[in-house]
Design a protein around this ligand. Structure first.
Ligand code: F6P
Length: 544
């Protein structure tokens, strides 16, 4: 199916001018009920869509498009465990990771919810033994640092959540994260750690990822050397290494005791996985109860997404809005601006979630798409971003829809700082929407030659997401919100949001090229001329 040739798509094309010819100032002036009509709730998240370049008719046309693309049916198919990841012939069941224990779901003959809770229970036992100090390292000391070694979904989710929940770390154990194969990463992470009190959690769905296995091997050498043990003496590894993977054989081969291995399943995509055992470091840091609160938060939004009609379905509406900007108004990028320092890794996390999922140019049935797909997500926490790139959003030439994420209650109450902070959150979306006209600027006595530079055009679209407080539950709600936004977009575009074939070629080529970098022998110039000459320069600078 080519969604762009449907009647519903064409209706949106025709509708576009009625919106682009109207300023947000006029939309608000003309409709006192606009904020009320375009404010929606999902769980604890209040989502104000009123400062977007839409009318209620736009939303109605977008929900028509969603129905035409079969979004509601595909939601049910996902939750039921149908193999909607067609290129890998897999179910897509991250929603089962947060299904309550009492729910039952059997997929491909497996009791999925039972399996999930069996692993969660083992994780809780492991986390509790570390947190209580009952688990000791090789020399009998309790563990004080867990180091998560993983990359992509096996890193970005855990590190984002660990940072986000900084106010909920309630034991003596702290976590660190190593992902990059740049030796600097593991070097600096381990530099001030004590091997006697450090435990590594090696997280890799496939347990074949070069970066992760290289870092894990290095960590094992560091541990054994630090404990004064021979490389062949693996007795300490069982006390200092755990693994999270779907590949038990790979874990055993590496030398990690499978009693310390926590599994997950091929129906969990890496970028949808930190609420599985992939989040073990987070559970160790915040405790099993808080981790379960986070899962309950995810589940709240899952239920909203599964059961709410498109017209009030917040993730669906936000996904459709992204389609509106991307396909009808020509936006290329989407800013995500959390007003929470704790969420400083949230935009990076979202980049994988959104761009690895929807950066596709072929539909699930193999036919090429003839419209734009995945947006480029980027962002930084406010107010830092305000002093860096907001200038371009306010007065530049690009259309950049932006999500502002804020919390009414701070995690730390210090004088009036939070109110001051949040006044920026409210001010920015108002300034972006309504700007300042030349008349307003001149009325302040600004000379005409400068006034033109001070005019703020406004009409810049934003979505405000306001939650009561950043808690494990609201974090789960936020992440589930974006997961389902991605799902909605991918379904409209007809793509498989759950594979990631595009990252494979670079990995294969890196493996092929590495021998050329390390040899002292002349190596054939058999790549393209640019790559060959860069490698030659590199080798010469390395003295090879
Ligand atoms: O390179 C992409 C990717 O496959 C991601 O999708 C994944 O999250 C990451 O690599 C890490 O993979 P693994 O968990 O198998 O090590």
């Amino acid at each position: 199916m080519d969604i762009s040739s449907t009647r519903q798509w064409q209706a949106l094309e025709s509708h576009r001018a009625s919106v682009t010819d109207t300023h947000l100032r006029d939309l608000f002036d003309g409709d006192p009920a606009r904020a009320a009509d375009l404010g929606f709730s999902a769980g604890d998240l209040f989502v104000d869509l009123s400062k977007n370049l839409i009318t209620t008719e736009t939303l109605s046309l977008l929900t028509d498009l969603a129905r035409e693309a079969g979004v509601p049916g595909r939601v049910q198919a996902m939750f039921a465990g149908e193999h909607i990841n067609t290129s890998e012939d897999r179910a897509v069941l991250h929603t089962a990771l947060r299904a309550p224990r009492t729910q039952s779901l059997t997929v491909d003959g497996q009791d999925v919810v039972g399996d999930v809770h069996a692993v969660l229970d083992r994780m809780a036992e492991f986390a509790d033994s570390l947190r209580s100090g009952a688990w000791t390292g090789h020399t009998g000391k309790p563990i004080t640092t867990v180091v998560n070694i993983g990359i992509g979904g096996s890193d970005l989710g855990p590190v984002m959540a660990y940072e986000a929940l900084g106010a909920y770390l309630d034991s003596d154990i702290r976590a660190r994260f190593v992902s990059n194969i740049d030796p600097t990463d593991i070097h600096d992470t381990l530099a001030d750690l004590d091997p006697e009190t450090t435990l590594f959690i090696v997280v890799s769905k496939t347990f074949t990822t070069l970066e992760t296995l290289t870092n894990a091997t290095e960590a094992r050498s560091w541990l054994l050397a630090g404990l004064g043990l021979d490389e062949s003496d693996k007795s300490a590894v069982a006390k200092h290494f755990a693994a999270v993977s779907t590949n038990g054989d790979g874990v055993s081969e590496f030398g990690i005791d499978t009693a310390n291995m926590f599994g997950f399943w091929d129906w969990v995509g890496g970028r949808y996985s930190f609420d599985s055992a992939v989040g073990l470091s987070v559970m160790v840091a915040i405790g099993p109860d808080a981790f379960h609160d986070m899962l309950a938060g995810f589940h709240t939004i899952d239920e909203h997404f599964r059961t709410t009609e498109p017209e009030r379905n917040v993730p669906m509406l936000m996904g459709l809005l992204n389609v509106w900007y991307n396909n009808f108004l020509g936006a290329q990028t989407h800013a995500v601006l959390p007003y929470s320092q704790y969420l400083h890794r949230f935009p990076a996390y979202l980049q994988q979630l959104t761009m690895e999922s929807n950066g596709k140019s072929v539909q699930a049935d193999g036919s090429p798409v003839n419209y734009q797909t995945g947006e480029i997500f980027w962002g930084e926490p406010g107010t830092n971003g305000q002093h860096a790139f907001y200038q371009l959003i306010h007065q530049g030439t690009k259309l950049i829809p932006a999500d502002f994420i804020g919390f009414s209650e701070p995690n730390h109450e210090i004088g009036e700082m939070h109110d001051l902070f949040m006044s920026n959150y409210f001010a920015q979306t108002a300034a972006l929407a309504f700007g300042r006209t030349r008349e307003q600027v001149e009325a302040e006595g600004v000379p005409a030659s400068v006034a033109v530079h001070k005019v703020m055009p406004g009409n810049h679209p934003t979505t405000s997401i306001l939650a009561p407080k950043l808690t494990p539950s609201t974090l789960g709600q936020l992440v589930a919100l974006y997961e389902h936004i991605v799902f909605t977009e991918g379904t409209i575009w007809g793509i498989d949001s759950f594979d990631q074939w595009g990252v494979e070629l670079g990995k294969v080529m890196a493996k092929q090229l590495e021998p050329k970098l390390v040899t002292d022998e002349p190596s054939p110039a058999d790549q393209d001329s640019s790559t060959d000459s860069l490698i030659a320069r590199y080798r010469s600078q390395r003295g090879r």
